[in-house]
Design a protein around this ligand. Sequence first.
Ligand SMILES: Cc1ncc(COP(=O)(O)O)c(C=O)c1O
Length: 352
Amino acid sequence: MAFRYPVSRPSLDGRELEYVTGTINDCWISSQSPVIRRFETAFADYNGVAHGVACSSGTAALTLALRALGVGPGDEVIVPEFTMVASAWAVTYTGATPVFVDCADDLTIDVTRIEEKITPRTKAVMPVHVYGRRCDMDAIMDIAFQYNLRVVEDSAEAHGVRPVGDIACFSLFANKIITAGEGGICVTDDPRLAGQLAHLRAMAFTKDHSFLHKKLAYNFRMTGMQGAVALAQVERLDEILAARRAVEKRYDERLAGIPGITVMPPRDVLWMYDLRAERREELRAFLADASIETRLFFKPMSRQPNYLHPDWPLLNASRFAEDGLYLPTYTGLTEADQDYVTGRIREFYGVR
Ligand SMILES: Cc1ncc(COP(=O)(O)O)c(C=O)c1O
């Protein structure tokens, strides 16, 4: 069913078409396209970081980051319970084991619970800036320093949050803050890591093209068309973030004081406008009838079939998973659209 108000809609009204057309006219459509290099540089510069390595998805970016840091079988990686399953899967793909830490009340990893999960096998920690809320990176960097852990930031939902870990990984899926349709990018200050990321992304080819591949690697390359769209998006990232900030402010204002709705703590950048709702399923059906799409919160990792743990009902993350949802959140959402969405929510709870 096509909703009049979907949860997300990409904003492609900058130079996306021009750059894609240029890429096609120049016949530079593969991962060798110079536009990818331009995107990598532009995105790294935006983040104040030395290197960007573009790839085929956010999941690929996380997998490359872990591999570049040497994470593999026998290692453990700390991952939050409250995240999209790709964070944990990336760890599993490397042969390492994800070890889960519950979330705090802002949905980010509870930094007070990380140390109790560290063992001699722990090699890295993966903070996830979920829904655009920056984790407590000062505390995480301190713990990482103390226990000699590497830090891979899952910034899939947080373009505009300044990276501080060894490698930060962004998704460019169509529902993300900026997009290439599908895609991802790793950023790092370390030239050696950047080299490893690029090497692993492209089947560990050697420069002399000898077809001797010394490592098990991947084809996680991005196409020229994706690079073209992504470059045009980075050029507008400030504008997109500002528009999303305005969306957040308007939702905050219009949803304040509705009994039945709990607004969530502010975000550092807005990916999705999340909230908690009494009678959530009824509300979702009511909104769907009004052509408004909503989505549920993530389910805790310990509830996923891959990682099932019987204690999942006791988690803080499970509480949020029970009544959390997010509303249509995109750049082109007008004030009138938001009035309509919040008007239907008020109507549902009997508030004028
Ligand atoms: C927190 C988080 N991590 C990782 C991913 C994976 O990104 P992608 O879909 O580009 O593989 C996503 C989004 O899907 C995400 O929300």
